[in-house]
Write a protein that binds this ligand. Structure first.
Ligand SMILES: [Zn+2]
Length: 157
């Protein structure tokens, strides 16, 4: 069995640069069962999609009158640096984003008070080092939302 893991996806909204970071839990599935693995991936995609459209409708459209187009700018399937991304949303904060050797959209994400502190924590994590993270990290100010957050709380994010 694969274990349940948290999938992080960061979306950017043009033309303004709003950023939405979503965390969705990927269910466990048997590695020998391609159907179950595909179903787990489909679950992540549809949960992400539903959170994203809900946030756009309940939050973004009230905050900003522009017409937006969104694109996926980062994805991570490892445990991030810092504590913030383990908690639920909806919240707003700064997240460090570093490219990896795997290219877009694969990034290393995390919270830390400085970039130096971010890299220090990356250095201590062999799973993150395996991704081949590349300096510099960029600070992104994101809206953070997870699949644990009730729909009623979305309008306050
Ligand atoms: Zn906007």
């Amino acid at each position: 069995m694969s274990v349940p893991i948290a999938i992080f996806r960061l979306f950017s909204y043009q033309p303004c640069g709003h950023e939405l970071l979503l965390r969705v839990r990927r269910p466990a599935a048997s590695n020998a069962d391609q159907g179950a693995l595909d179903a787990a991936d489909d679950f992540v995609d549809s949960a992400t999609e539903s959170l994203r459209t809900c946030w756009e409708r309940r939050h973004l459209q009230h905050e900003c009158l522009h017409q937006h187009t969104s694109s996926l700018v980062a994805e991570m399937q490892e445990e991030p640096v810092g504590e913030e991304l383990f908690h639920s949303g909806p919240r707003q904060f700064g997240v460090w984003v570093a490219r990896t050797k795997y290219g877009a959209p694969w990034m290393v994400l995390g919270t830390a008070s400085t970039e130096a502190e971010f890299w220090q924590q990356v250095q201590d994590d062999s799973d993150l080092l395996d991704l081949g993270p590349q300096a510099p990290a960029e600070l992104h100010h994101v809206h953070f939302l997870t699949d644990e957050d009730g729909r009623s709380s979305l309008s306050h994010g």
